[in-house]
Design a protein around this ligand. Structure first.
Ligand code: ZN
Ligand code: ZN
Length: 424
């Protein structure tokens, strides 16, 4: 009997050692986002910071839910920034969050052996390593008596890239841009140099995300991919269409931060002026999330295109959404004019309507049995704007070619509240 109990105990212990986090990548990220909110709002919960978690993790082993590569900077402590404790995060820290063999091996231990569903590469504002790399590149100076230049050389490609993309930026802004570029470059390098990490990503078992921590305000700016943003918008639209709004990013604190720090929207959208088509509500977003262009019939003129380029090139939003909507008055007017050219129109309206008419004619030509001409015209009009953006904007084409921008088309149903994604 004693032997049996001992064997059972042993099995339990081995099982406990092997137990991994049960969180999905989205849940793990959500935990980081919420923890950072506590930190920003000065409401730390100090979870997992007592003797019982120490005993538990010593006995059962660690089961962290995220692997984090960040800077050695004494202000950038992941456990504080994300309000986590003992056994929660597997952390690699090195000046400038660069990667080489030791960091890669540690990352592989985190994502392959401990099986964390998330790998976060976290840069930060005012990074001394990135600043030093910028200065040594700019002034061509080098401290030949230390190991530091070798580390700085790893950051230099990010600085050159930022300078090439934004040659007119001042020193501070260029260093800020280089911090983000360095995070992106490090992620690319990890995926190139670590076969195991890449395999995990391809198998859908690991999500790699980049972010920049603001050392003054304490908040995290996530460097989302186009697909990440699309996922956020789909989820937000589910909230809206099912009356389960979460109203994120509505706080006074956040308004204050964005007034000082500037905006960092996650998507650019061109949609209609219609008072029922409110992007921030349709996608359950808040202040600073959406860079919005609205004009009757979501058509593309010079001002709209320039505004779109500001969003995708200057603000670097990874997603551009072209959104039409059901029962659009502008498309209805264009349809009416195509069918009854003798109906009189006044002021500047005919000029706008004439831009939608080609879409109506195209829809008319391809109309199949059972299809509604207005609905079809709305879809063709959205696709036309989408096509024109690609044709006319070199900046957008460049961002797309580099995998940093996706343009998607959709139609919003003003009655159900649901967005129909045209490329699904
Ligand atoms: Zn740093
Ligand atoms: Zn409309």
């Amino acid at each position: 009997m004693k032997k049996f109990i001992l064997a059972l105990l042993f099995t339990c212990l081995v099982f406990a050692q092997d137990q991994k986090t049960t969180l999905s990548a989205d849940e793990a990220l959500d935990k980081l986002v919420k923890g950072n909110q506590h930190w920003v709002e000065n409401k730390l919960q100090f979870i997992h910071q007592n003797s019982s978690i120490r005993y538990k993790t010593a006995k059962e082993g660690q089961h962290p839910f995220a692997t984090i590569l960040t800077c050695s900077d004494s202000r950038v402590s992941p456990e504080l920034i994300f309000d986590q404790g003992v056994g929660d995060l597997f952390v690699i820290r090195v000046a400038g969050n660069v990667v080489d063999t030791d960091e890669l091996a540690s990352i592989e231990y985190g994502v392959e052996h401990l099986e964390t569903p998330v790998l976060l590469v976290l840069g930060h504002s005012g990074c001394g390593a990135v600043t030093a790399a910028y200065k040594s590149w700019k002034h061509k100076t080098e401290d030949t008596h230390s190991n530091i230049p070798e580390l700085l050389h790893k950051i230099e490609p990010a600085i050159k890239k930022s300078y090439k993309e934004h040659p007119d930026l001042g020193e501070k802004s260029l260093i800020d841009a280089s911090v983000s570029a360095n995070v992106r470059m490090v992620i690319d390098n990890i995926l190139k140099m670590s076969e195991g990490t890449k395999k995990k990503v391809l198998a859908g078992k690991l999500k790699v995300v980049g972010a920049v921590y603001n050392t003054y305000h304490g908040h995290i700016n996530w460097l989302f991919t186009p697909d990440d943003v699309l996922k956020i918008l789909r989820k937000g639209n589910q909230h809206w269409s099912s009356d389960k709004m979460q109203h994120p990013h509505h706080s006074i604190d956040l308004r204050h931060i964005q007034a000082v720090e500037g905006q960092l929207p996650i998507f650019t959208i061109i949609t209609c002026s219609d008072s029922r088509v409110i992007p921030e509500l349709i996608f359950d977003q808040g202040v600073g999330d959406a860079f919005v262009i609205r004009v009757a019939g979501n058509i593309l003129g010079g001002d709209e295109l320039a505004s779109i380029e500001y969003g995708v090139k200057h603000l670097q939003t990874p997603l551009l959404l072209v959104l039409g909507h059901s029962s659009c008055g502008a498309v209805t007017a264009a349809l009416d004019h195509v069918q009854h050219p003798d109906h009189e129109q006044h002021g500047n309206i005919p000029k706008l309507i004439s831009k939608i008419e080609p879409a109506v004619r195209e829809a008319q030509k391809d109309l199949k049995k059972g299809e509604n001409l207005l609905d079809k015209s709305i879809v063709v009009n959205v696709r036309t704007t989408h096509k024109q953006i690609i044709e006319k904007s070199e900046a957008a084409r460049k961002q797309i070619a580099e995998g940093r921008l996706k343009i998607v088309s959709a139609v919003y149903n003003i009655e159900t509240g649901k967005v129909e994604w045209l490329d699904d």
